[in-house]
Design a protein. Structure first.
Length: 260
C-alpha cells in the first residue's frame, strides 16, 4: 500500500483534473469539428488542444517547478525532478469518427521513474488509475489482469492490423491472431485498459510516443500484469509497447521477437 502523501495528493488532484478535462472533450463529441493534420500526419482538434491547455495550467499552477510534457504543446521546465506527461485525447481518430474508445492520459515520472498513471475514458465513464506500490483501480474497484494462460482462449488486441502488418512483428502477430481465441482492433489506450482490468490478455502497440503509454508502465504492474517495449525492457520511450497478463506476456513477446 502506498503511503506517500505527495502521491496521494497528486492522484486526488489528477483525477479531478482529468474528469473536468473529459467534460470539455465530451461537450464536443459527435459535434462538427475542425480537424487539422499535424506534421506527423496525425489529426488534432481544438478539443485536444483545450484539454491539454487545461491540464497543463492546473499542474503548473499547483507545482510551478514541475516539468510538463504534452503531445500538443511540447515541454515546460525540462529537466525537473517531477515530470508530468499528457495525452489529451489518445485516440483522436476514434473521437473524430464519433467512436467512444478514446481517453485522456496523464502520468507522473519522478526522478526518471513513472509513479502515477491515469487512463480516463470520458465517453465510457471509466477511469483507471494506479500509483507506484498503491495498486490499480477502475472507478474505485481494484483492477487485476486475467489468469488466462492458454493463447487459444486469449483475447489479443491491437490498434490496426495494417500498422502491425507493416511492423517487424507483423507475420508473427498474424500467426498468433489466428491461434488466439479472439482478436479485435480495440486499440489506443482502451486496449491497455482492457488488459489491466482482466478483459483481454494482450495489447500490441507497434508505433507509439511516450505520451501514448506513460501511464501503462505504472498501471499494468500494479494490476499484476506486465508492460514492456518489444525488446523486453519497461521503457516508455522505445516507440513500441506490449501489455499483457503475467501468464502470457512472456510467451507472446518471445514469439514476436523470434518472428522478426
Amino acid at each position: 500500500m502506498n503511503t506517500d502523501p505527495f502521491l496521494q495528493e497528486a492522484l486526488e488532484r489528477s483525477l479531478e483534473w482529468v474528469r473536468e478535462a473529459g467534460e470539455g472533450i465530451l461537450s464536443r463529441f459527435r459535434s462538427p469539428l475542425d480537424v487539422v493534420t499535424k506534421r506527423d500526419n496525425t489529426p488534432v482538434t481544438e478539443a485536444d488542444r483545450d484539454a491539454e491547455r487545461f491540464l497543463r495550467a492546473r499542474i503548473l499552477e499547483t507545482w510551478k517547478d514541475h516539468a510538463v510534457l504534452g503531445e500538443e504543446f511540447g515541454e515546460d521546465n525540462p529537466g525537473a525532478a517531477h515530470r508530468w506527461i499528457i495525452d489529451p485525447i489518445d485516440g483522436t481518430k476514434a473521437f473524430i469518427h464519433g467512436t467512444p474508445l478514446f481517453g485522456t492520459l496523464l502520468a507522473l515520472v519522478r526522478h526518471g521513474m513513472p509513479v502515477l498513471g491515469i487512463i480516463h475514458m470520458p465517453a465510457l465513464g471509466e477511469t483507471l488509475w494506479a500509483t507506484k506500490d498503491g495498486g490499480a483501480f477502475l472507478n474505485g474497484v481494484q483492477a487485476k489482469v486475467s489468469a488466462v494462460d492458454d493463447l487459444g482462449r486469449a483475447l489479443l488486441l491491437d490498434g490496426s492490423c495494417t500498422t502491425v502488418g507493416r511492423s517487424p512483428w507483423g507475420n508473427a502477430w498474424k500467426e498468433m491472431r489466428e491461434e488466439a481465441g479472439l482478436h479485435r482492433g480495440w486499440g489506443d489506450c482502451y486496449g491497455h485498459l482492457l488488459v489491466a482490468t482482466g478483459r483481454a490478455e494482450a495489447m500490441l502497440d507497434p508505433v507509439v510516443s511516450i505520451w501514448d503509454v506513460a501511464p501503462m508502465s505504472v498501471i499494468l504492474p500494479e494490476a499484476g500484469g506486465v508492460f514492456t517495449a518489444m525488446d523486453g525492457t519497461a521503457s516508455i520511450e522505445a516507440g513500441n509497447a506490449l501489455s499483457g497478463n503475467c501468464a502470457l506476456h512472456g510467451q507472446i513477446l518471445s514469439k514476436l521477437q523470434r518472428g522478426t
